[in-house]
Design a protein around this ligand. Structure first.
Ligand SMILES: [Zn+2]
Length: 178
């Protein structure tokens, strides 16, 4: 079976797939500034990698993957390459997040190559959102006291609220085919 993604224009940007455009719309809903495919990187292995999104305010790269989680070697290598050695401030750590297809109810889902991370909404910093792993990158608290709200990725085997994805508007022919 030969499946190919359908491109979609959202916010003036041509995305390779409707899932990428949906993630751009979801990041907009979260108030997270994004850049789509801003740069091509040469990894230590020699492979050239163009991450889907750079999220400068979160110090994060994000890669959009479909339900089969194919071709994850490059984000995994990027995460390993950027990992800050012990001793550096944890807030300097670059995040690499793999954005997935939504789960039931259009619930947003994602995972990270190392460890786990939830979506945190920081009430200490005007309800800014960030992906995090037990610490808040927005206010740089390590204990997650104060006002913090958490959303779990749809496929995480845990209880807790999920975040409903925002869909990028479809042009008419795509809507008919859906
Ligand atoms: Zn915070």
């Amino acid at each position: 079976m030969d499946l190919s993604a359908v491109p979609l224009v959202y916010n003036g940007v041509m995305f390779r797939s409707t899932l990428e455009a949906d993630w751009a719309a979801t990041l907009d809903a979260l108030g997270v500034y994004w850049q789509y495919e801003p740069i091509a990187l040469r990894l230590p292995s020699g492979a050239v990698y163009v991450p889907d999104f750079y999220l400068p305010a979160l110090n994060a790269w994000a890669e959009v993957k479909g339900p089969h989680w194919e071709r994850l070697a490059k984000p995994v290598e990027l995460r390993a390459t950027l990992a800050v050695a012990g001793g550096a401030g944890w807030w300097e750590q670059v995040h690499v997040v793999v954005l997935e297809a939504p789960g039931p109810g259009d619930a947003a889902s994602w995972h990270v190559p190392v460890g786990s991370c939830w979506l945190v909404e920081c009430g200490e910093r005007q309800n800014r959102f960030a992906w995090d792993d037990g610490r808040c990158w927005a206010c740089q608290r390590e204990d997650l006291g104060g006002s913090h709200y958490f959303y779990r990725p749809a496929r995480a085997p845990a209880a807790g609220p999920t975040w409903r994805m925002t869909r990028a508007p479809r042009p008419e022919p795509l809507r008919r085919a859906a």
